[in-house]
Each structure stands twice: as C-alpha cells, then as structure tokens.
Design a protein around this ligand. Structure first.
Ligand code: CA
Ligand code: CA
Ligand code: CA
Length: 138
C-alpha cells in the first residue's frame, strides 16, 4: 500500500500537460502494451515478462532502457511514454533496469496471485500515465 501511494505522489508531480489519449485510443494503447509485455502469450503478465521488457528494449545493451529507447518500442504516444517513464524513474537516472521493473510487479499484481491480468495491468499503467487509475473497461 505504501508503495502505491508513493507512486501516485510521483505521478502527480510528473504528469505532462500535453493532451493524453482517452476512450478507445487509450484502450488500444493498453491492449497493445499488454500483448507486447505478455511474451508467452498466455493472456496474463508474469513478473519475468514485465522485468524483461526493459531488457528487450535496451537496444545498445548497456543495461539501461532509456526514455529514447522506450519511445522506440512503446505502443503509446510520446506523451504517454514520457509520463510512464518518468514515473518509473523518479530519480531521473534515464536508466530502467530489469530489477527496477521487477519490483513494479509487486504493485501491478494487486491480488498477489503471481499473474497480472488486464484489469490489474490497466490500473497500474493508467496510474503511470495520468497520475491516477482510469477505468477503461466500462
Ligand atoms: Ca504471460
Ligand atoms: Ca540502453
Ligand atoms: Ca493478479
């Protein structure tokens, strides 16, 4: 719980004032991102899939996924990518690693069953984009 509140505070600080997607456009970004992270295509996100995302996106293999590298693989817009990245990188290191993102799984998997479902993912990811969770499923 403490971690969730911390993330929400950070998100509040970093939210871009640029126009952010809503409705169907937002739903599509969430669905595309979810499918990209779900590497084994079992319809759920496991910890290693989430933690592996920055590794796959690390084009120059220096151990860091930078914002520029994230923007090359994001399913979202430049604005959503920037908000997500900055909220995942509160110390402005421009370096997201396997271990940093692995810890995010503890926040994503709210019911602690070891799998992130689409609802849990959407809650986590919209919080990173907007600074608060957005319900897109209706
Ligand atoms: Ca999976
Ligand atoms: Ca890199
Ligand atoms: Ca879960």
């Amino acid at each position: 719980m403490k971690a969730v509140i911390y993330i929400q505070l950070l998100a509040y600080v970093y939210i871009s004032h640029a126009v952010l997607p809503t409705g169907d456009a937002l739903l599509k970004i969430l669905q595309d991102t979810y499918h990209n992270v779900d590497a084994n295509q079992d319809g759920l996100i496991q910890r290693e899939e989430l933690a592996g995302f920055p590794v796959h996106a690390d084009r120059n293999h220096d151990g860091c996924m930078t914002l520029a590298e994230y923007k090359m693989v994001t399913s979202g817009t430049a604005e959503t990518a920037t908000n997500v990245f900055r909220n995942l990188d509160p110390d402005n290191s421009d370096c997201l690693t396997h271990d940093k993102i692995s810890r995010q799984f503890d926040i994503l998997d709210r019911d602690k069953n070891g799998d992130g479902d689409f609802q849990e993912f959407s809650h986590w990811f919209t919080n990173l984009i907007f600074g608060h969770p957005v319900n897109v499923v209706g």
